[in-house]
Design a protein around this ligand. Sequence first.
Ligand SMILES: *Cc1c(COP(=O)(O)O)cnc(C)c1O
Length: 809
Amino acid sequence: MYTLASILSHIHSKRHVVHDAEKPIYDLAYDSRKIRNAEHSLFFALKNVRDGHTFIPDAYQKGIRAFVVSRDDIDTSLYPEASFLWVDDVLGALQDLARHHRKKFKKPVIGITGSNGKTIVKEWLAQLLQEDKKVYQSPKSYNSQLGVALSLWNLADDYDCAIIEAGISLPGEMDQLEAMICPDIGIMTNIGVAHADGFASKTLKIKEKLKLFKHTKDVIFPSRYGFEEYLAAETRVFTFGERDMDEVKVLRIEEMHAESSSIQVSYRQEIVTFAVPFVDKASIENVLICLTTLLFLGYPLDAIPHKLGRLRPLEMRLQLKTGRNNCSIIDDTYSNDLASLQIALDFLHQQQQHKKKTLILSDIDGLNDHLEAKLLSILRQQNLNRIIIVGKSLRHLQDKLHTTLLFFDSTEELVRNLGNITLENESILIKGSRRYHLEDVSKLLVAKSHETVLEINLSALEHNLQAYRSMLPPNVKLMVMVKAFSYGSGSYEVANLLQFNKVDYLTVAFADEGVELRQHGIDLPIMVLSPDEQVFESLLSAHLEPEIYSFRILKAFIDFLRIRKQKDFPIHIKIDTGMHRLGFLPDEMEELTALLSAASEINVKTVFSHLVASGNRQHDDFTMQQIAMFSSSVDKLEARLGYRVIRHIANTSGIANWPSAYMDMVRLGIGLYGVDMDGKMTLEKVSELKTTITQIKELPEGATVGYDRKGLLHRPSRIATVKIGYADGYSRRFGGGVGEMSINGQKIRTVGSICMDMCMLDVTDIVAHELDEVVVFPDLMEAAKHIDTIPYELLVNISDRVKRVYFYG
Ligand SMILES: *Cc1c(COP(=O)(O)O)cnc(C)c1O
């Protein structure tokens, strides 16, 4: 933990005015619009496009009480409660602090640089290593002088390794980055043309980039660039390529029908061949860098093809859509090779909502006898009800598979005959290579889409699950909150993924939500929050486990179970340690245990409570008090019951901030859906609400837009109408310029009142066309602030009529 005093000792401060030297500092701030935890943040007045000193009043007003500044003309009397640390160079001070923090991390730090591909290599590597390690990675492209410092600040002891990206645009910049990152392992991706960015020659550019590895023991790179020539003599290199001395020898790269490549490599006398869905040189080189790094880290060669099979660029994401006739359509029509087929089939297999499963499969290029045997075994494993094959080369499989098989010579033939095939109440995987354009089939099977959709990225959800899971010791169980339609993100679609990823428990708010999950094949234990007597029957028939929060409900449930002759029905006891919403009070434990131990109808599965301010450092004392009160209540309860129960109290912020509250299980909610209330995690965005421009018009100054003439135009304007309104969950409070949306990354604001099904945007200052895609909440956290609410409310308000489209991969 840092305090103002400890921070002072790590930066070079010329003078300072400090009020509370022992005040803990958890967060660094540099943008007054993005302040989260003001009281415990230290604000750096950086000189960027604008001078950060001009935002001091705003930051102070938002509660910041500690500043690092360089200007001498600050009137400190305006900020009576604030501490100021004066330095010559504000960014330098931030970097000093980051450097100090990095030095405390004793596990491997991988540094990545190069002209191109460093972000993708970092993202891929993190994805690959996350399967069995807690990996810290610098956020998307935080690779600059500021970005690197900020990303290092979030490094914490419980990660197994860190991957940090470094980017420079001028000579001389790498020294600072090197001093901060101090990589233990280096990766240099490649080198581009000499003059592309501020360097006199290619050699100078290579030398500058390689400064990142001045003190690095091992450096990994593609041997064709010959970087070793510029590295210090004692640096060990680990390379791939076609030279004899390369550790990883690339034997063969073969393009298969312009969409995927087969790669053969050897390492220590072993050889593997695998396919990747890329043909461009850059992507293949990036894949090989990842492969070489995995081998360097000691992963066995034969484990690698399966791991690499998961790597894909964004536009190739597999999609899950709602189909006609109550079907689920999995659309993966970009490539077709065995590795990606296996992954898509695994995903199909996760879909529990329909028993029946159909695969529509195009020819697979480059099959030899060996690969064909593998294909057969993959298809046999999967209990498919039917396989529809497009193309001619798999016809002979007819006798080898005991499933219903249909054959079509071409996609056109399948499209013509689609009306004659009954496709209903089933999950359908459409898997084909690009040249078969099976998307034509998918379009016909998918239910027609409304203009406004909520896109849900299931891989991001999986990533976030992994990110939180990696913080937990192995014996701590994980309960996931899927209440309120999974915070707006869907029901069985999300639950299937969670079941597949083996979480321990799900929780819903209402019995009906649990019943729906059961109907769609979810068989994980499900807890129902605060059920009442009317739903006891459904609890029993769908085997849903109630939260019991009062004597009234406990007695009623025991009576119900007695009449139905049930024994040991699992229940969850809620203790009120300070939320004062539902639950037994700690002084009711005696009476409670008397009742519980006398009732053989029930079995106390877990006991839990809820933290009221686990994400708010101001209330840390209260949180500790809650934890202590909870523990002593459960101790009493267990002693009298005579058996152990599962204890849980931590929600998302509890996981991020309170390891002492993990106990036997934690309850993950908002974090899974990609909202990082604590600013400590590297989460991926899960849901994106999108709409399209329906009409654009040019209007003169003085015209008004919308109901009651609320949107008066002060200049000639271009106004765009989009089909999202308050009936979709876009609050009326976003009207009159409060709401901000974006088109191709350009921010725009609402004009006039929000209507029921539509609203209007001022696009005068940007490039926009009819039918352009509009992102409704470019920054969910900011959007929530604009209307004085929290992200939870925005997410769960997105109405049912907004179609959900799921992506995976
Ligand atoms: C919703 C809920 C959670 C999850 O809270 P997050 O802040 O979303 O992590 C945990 N426990 C209970 C009882 C809840 O109702």
